[in-house]
Ligand binder design. Structure first.
Ligand code: NAG
Ligand code: NAG
Ligand code: NAG
Ligand code: NAG
Ligand code: NAG
Length: 403
């Protein structure tokens, strides 16, 4: 799956064009739908299959949808600047994920500016071999209308922007790559790394949805439960944590209101539908996916399905960048972002934010993503920072530490 550097750039341009094309189309489709020419008009079988309600559009690809295909996995993540975690993730999931969707914006959750890190990094050797399977989604800055809407769903301030980025990013991804019924859409934060083995099992045990009109029984969801680490794989929390969710793409049952802010309902077997392929009018897809993590019903829960490595950064500058960017703006204070404070806490495995959270030092880790195990020197900061004077931060010279 490697490719020459020279053609990386054109492929990105194609993706950008696709995004623009679908945005233009999306706009038309919304207008048509509000004009009453949407679902009510869906009286032919082909309309039911495409669900677009707008014949002759770029999205009407009945042939492909009708062909049963092996389910694919689309991995969708939000990126701030965690490129090393992204690289570990892509290498772990290399053989099981079909399309990596990297969602970025020039705006942090705290409304600061951030560069489009993946845009720059995509030319690096680290990502070159994945690039023909990467869809880089650049979400435009939030508008006032979107902010008001996402405040209702996600919460105030930075939470509204996080909600917007999830919703808009996943929506734009689905617009660009039309999944087939049965394909899995995976959504998680970049530091929640699914185990390749867990995804391989999900893929192998699921089938494409051959009956286009079966909206109730076949589509499945999965919630991955993660071993939960802080700073490195040496410090583990006693309790695991749910994170990545997968949902099979499926045609919507009739009567589903795509604009509803309600989370997706699961049936009592935990195998409820992923709801609606009508991305033109499905603005809450990201939050609905994320919300599935709190709706496991037993059967869809995958125990020990991932690693969550929180604040697992090589550089102290990245710790500060996260605190200045993410939704918990209350953590972005002089006390917490003091270098001495950060180093002392990280090398002891103590909580940075006075929350009484306990991270247990478990000795040199043995259970890590394969890419880390294969590059232990490079990733020493993920396996060996306990009691190291500079806590393993590459941008803090050890000789500068006198505490
Ligand atoms: C399309 O779906 C609607 C709603 O389920 C149904 O009433 C209608 O009969 C379907 N049309 C065809 C041709 O299957
Ligand atoms: C987007 O938001 C960021 C941060 O507020 C700002 O720096 C940037 O100029 C904005 N971009 C556009 C195109 O408005
Ligand atoms: C799909 O709809 C057709 C026509 O209504 C019906 O014959 C068929 O049994 C349905 N398939 C499933 C799986 O429900
Ligand atoms: C960080 O904390 C240390 C120890 O409390 C203090 O000496 C230092 O001045 C602080 N640095 C900054 C930039 O506030
Ligand atoms: C981390 O710091 C080192 C040393 O300053 C620097 O070479 C490297 O580029 C930094 N890495 C990241 C990901 O910021």
């Amino acid at each position: 799956m490697s490719m020459k550097k020279g053609i990386i750039f054109p492929i990105q341009i194609i993706f950008v064009c696709l995004i623009f094309a679908s945005l233009i189309y999306q706009h038309e489709a919304i207008l048509l739908t509000t004009a009453g020419q949407g679902q009510e008009q869906s009286t032919t079988e082909s309309d039911n299959i495409t669900q677009s309600g707008v014949p002759g559009t770029p999205h009407t690809d009945e042939h492909r949808i009708q062909q049963p295909v092996r389910p694919r996995i689309f991995d969708t993540v939000l990126l701030n600047d965690e490129l090393e975690l992204l690289e570990i993730r892509m290498n772990e999931l290399d053989k099981v994920v079909d399309v990596f969707v990297v969602i970025e914006s020039e705006q942090t959750f705290q409304r600061g500016f951030k560069p489009l890190h993946f845009q720059q990094a995509s030319r690096d050797k680290a990502f070159a071999r994945f690039i023909d399977r990467v869809l880089h989604i650049v979400v435009p800055n939030i508008t006032e209308a979107e902010e008001a809407r996402n405040r209702r769903i996600g919460g105030d301030g930075p939470w509204a922007i996080e909600s917007y980025l999830r919703n808009k990013g996943v929506q734009m991804a689905l617009q660009t790559f039309q999944p087939s019924p049965g394909d899995w859409v995976l959504h998680s934060d970049v530091d929640e790394i699914p185990r390749a083995s867990a995804l391989a099992e999900i893929k192998a045990s699921s089938s494409s949805l051959e009956e286009e009109n079966d909206t109730h029984t076949q589509a499945q969801t999965r919630v991955l439960d993660c071993s939960f680490y802080y700073y490195s794989f040496e410090f583990k929390r006693a309790e695991s944590r749910k994170g990545p969710v997968l949902a099979q793409f499926q045609l919507a049952p009739t009567g589903v209101d795509p604009n509803s802010d309600e989370p997706v309902e699961l049936n009592n077997r935990g195998t409820r539908v992923f709801n609606k392929p009508l991305w033109e009018d499905w603005p809450n897809v990201g939050i609905r996916l994320r919300g599935l993590a709190y709706q496991d019903r037993g059967p869809n829960l995958v125990e020990d399905g991932c690693w969550h490595c929180s604040w697992c950064f090589s550089n102290i500058s990245l710790v500060r960048s996260k605190a200045a960017s993410y939704a918990h703006s209350e953590h972005n204070t002089d006390t917490y972002m003091n270098n001495t404070w950060i180093i002392k806490h990280v090398r002891q495995g103590k909580d940075l934010f006075d929350r009484n959270e306990i991270y247990n030092y478990g000795g040199p880790p043995i259970d890590v993503p394969k890419f880390i195990a294969d590059h232990l020197d490079r990733f020493a900061y993920l396996t060996h920072r306990y009691k190291v004077p500079n806590a393993g931060f590459l941008d803090v010279p050890e000789e500068s530490i006198h505490f």
